[in-house]
Design a binder for this molecule. Structure first.
Ligand code: 6YU
Length: 497
């Protein structure tokens, strides 16, 4: 098939690249990507810390197995290590919670015994798993995941832990606060009080133990880009407004207006901008504006911030087999995941670190994780301030006043003007219908206007793999397929007049 219709893709993240790849391979002759920044990849972004390769954005392939297209492409391009390719690794079903070897440190400067912590962790994970069943039960007694966890945990603590001494019980409640902060990072949410319980179970995990790209996640982008015509992307070309229902123009129904005043006519536009950007700019990005039902879904879906703070040391203060370090504040027994005084105590929101492995490649590098408004505040601080606070934190939790990081580097996703946060989650009151609304093309069904003028891709439009790279990639393919089917159905290579 050779199709002459002109398709413009807004955004050169993985979803935009996937859409372009599919369309070009299907014979579309006029495909163009307009990207606001000077690079491709969007939230897939690899950087360096000294001479070490680190990920500023996406970290893992979540669920690396046959059904995961990112895994299949990475395998095809030879980007993965042998361990990740084994059938055993692909078969491991951990439901989004990899069984990493933990170390626990407390704010009183002691290393905690993992056995003392497990009952709290076990209770928390069971509650999280119960929380994801409300979707299929069609409704919920609690509006958000945070309320559900707190109310159920309080009941269970009173029943199951009634004979346990007060100090241990108190410590376990502090562990639950820590785990709520972990979940804020997993969901990219300010607080679990903002994550809707009714739609929480929409997210689906794939089998396979999460793996990383030894040469960096951007290797995937580079390989995909190398298969596209070199002039397909125009960089540094932010789109200001998508004018659809453009009845004045004879040939094309969409006109794309760029920040530099350039105007590009097209038959179809695939919008892949992040939900954070859409929330902020929808009123100026579309003319006429988005229909109300779509707009309400844009508002109901959540888009929060999750940032990383990389810290490198000369020698480790954690166990050799440790894969994750949890920092338990012993003064937080209210099962809270928000810090009351952000400016003074933002660091209390950092749940801990993942350990970069293998040591031979990374040395002693930790990746700290911090979500929410505390994370957004952190972005406003200087590198020195963040380094100072991290040093104080680690000295306090290890009880060692001489531990000193060699290097510190943090991401700034909230203040990135083209992302405005990290990734999406189902907010309070969300349902599967909201994700359907997100992906619905314009004009909506039933309209007599030219169909498929504006299509929507990007992680926040996937019905069950939102917030992931594989979800984003699949949405790019989905919207390309929508156009391919449309042109196959009308079986003509000419755009409809
Ligand atoms: C994953 C992971 N990962 C960590 C962090 C982040 C993300 N993700 P893009 O934004 O890429 O592209 C849009 C482009 O549009 C971009 O280039 C813009 O510049 C451009 N643009 C914007 N406005 C424009 C305009 N006006 N004109 C022109 N261009 C414009 N995913 O699989 N594994 O480990 C992580 C992580 C810190 C920030 C992640 C992870 C999310 C992915 O990075 C993200 O979904 C995709 O890259 C998005 O691609 P895209 O094309 O849609 O947009 C149980 C349960 C709960 C549910 N959640 C669990 C899932 C866990 C998610 N985990 C994430 C964790 C980490 C650590």
């Amino acid at each position: 098939m050779s199709v002459n219709a002109k398709v413009v893709i807004v955004g050169c993240g993985i979803s935009g690249i996937a859409a372009a790849q599919r369309l070009v391979n299907a014979g579309f002759q006029h495909v163009q990507i307009l990207e606001a920044t000077a690079r491709s990849g969007g939230r897939v972004k690899t950087g360096t810390l000294g001479d070490k390769i680190i990920e500023i954005g996406a970290n893992w392939i979540h669920g690396p197995s046959e059904e995961n297209p990112v895994f299949c492409l990475a395998r095809q391009y030879g980007l993965l290590e042998p361990d990740a390719l084994t059938p055993e690794n692909q078969a491991m079903d951990v439901e989004g919670h990899p069984p990493w070897v933990p170390n626990f440190f407390s704010s009183s400067g002691r290393k905690l015994n993992a056995e003392d912590i497990y009952p709290a962790q076990e209770m928390f994970l069971e509650l999280m798993s119960e929380g994801s069943k409300f979707e299929s039960q069609g409704g919920e007694p609690w509006a958000c995941v945070g309320d559900f966890i707190r109310s159920e945990a309080e009941q269970q603590v009173a029943e199951k832990w009634k004979d346990i001494d007060a100090a241990t019980r108190c410590l376990r409640l502090c562990v639950i606060s820590n785990m709520l902060k972990v979940e804020c990072c997993v969901n990219g949410a300010h607080s679990m009080d903002e994550v809707g319980l009714g739609a929480y179970g929409l997210y689906k995990t794939l089998p396979g133990l999460d793996c990383t790209f030894p040469g960096g996640y951007e290797g995937l982008i580079k390989n995909l880009m190398s298969e596209l015509p070199s002039d397909l992307v125009t960089y540094n070309r932010p789109v200001r407004c998508v004018h659809w229902n453009n009845t004045e123009k004879e040939d094309n129904s969409v006109m794309i207006e760029c920040d530099d005043e350039k105007k590009i006519a097209a038959d179809h536009v695939i919008v892949t901008v992040p939900l954070g950007y859409l929330k902020k700019h929808h009123s100026t990005l579309f003319s006429p504006p988005l229909p109300l039902h779509k707009l309400h879904s844009v508002e109901r879906l959540g888009f929060g911030t999750n940032n990383k703070i990389y810290v490198e040391f000369d020698s480790p203060w954690w166990d050799a087999d440790c894969e994750v370090i949890y920092l338990v504040w012993e003064d937080e027994d209210g099962m809270l995941d928000q810090v009351p005084d952000v400016q003074r105590s933002w660091i209390k929101k950092l749940f801990g670190f993942t350990v970069l492995k293998p040591t031979e490649r990374y040395g002693h590098v930790l990746c700290g994780w911090i979500a929410g408004h505390e994370s957004e505040y952190m972005e406003t601080l200087s590198e020195q301030e963040v380094t100072h606070t991290m040093t104080q934190l680690i000295r306090r939790f290890t009880g060692n006043p001489t531990v000193t990081p060699r290097r510190v580097l943090h991401s700034q996703w909230f203040h990135d003007p083209w992302t405005c946060g990290s990734y999406s989650y189902p907010g309070k009151g969300c349902s599967a219908q909201d994700l359907e609304n997100m992906m619905e093309p314009l004009p909506t069904k039933g309209s007599l206007l030219q169909p498929l003028q504006v299509l929507f891709a990007g992680e926040a439009t996937h019905p069950c793999y939102y917030s992931t790279v594989h979800g984003a990639l699949l949405t790019g393919w989905r919207e390309a397929d929508r156009l391919i089917s449309h042109y196959s159905a009308i079986s003509t290579s000419e755009p409809p007049k």
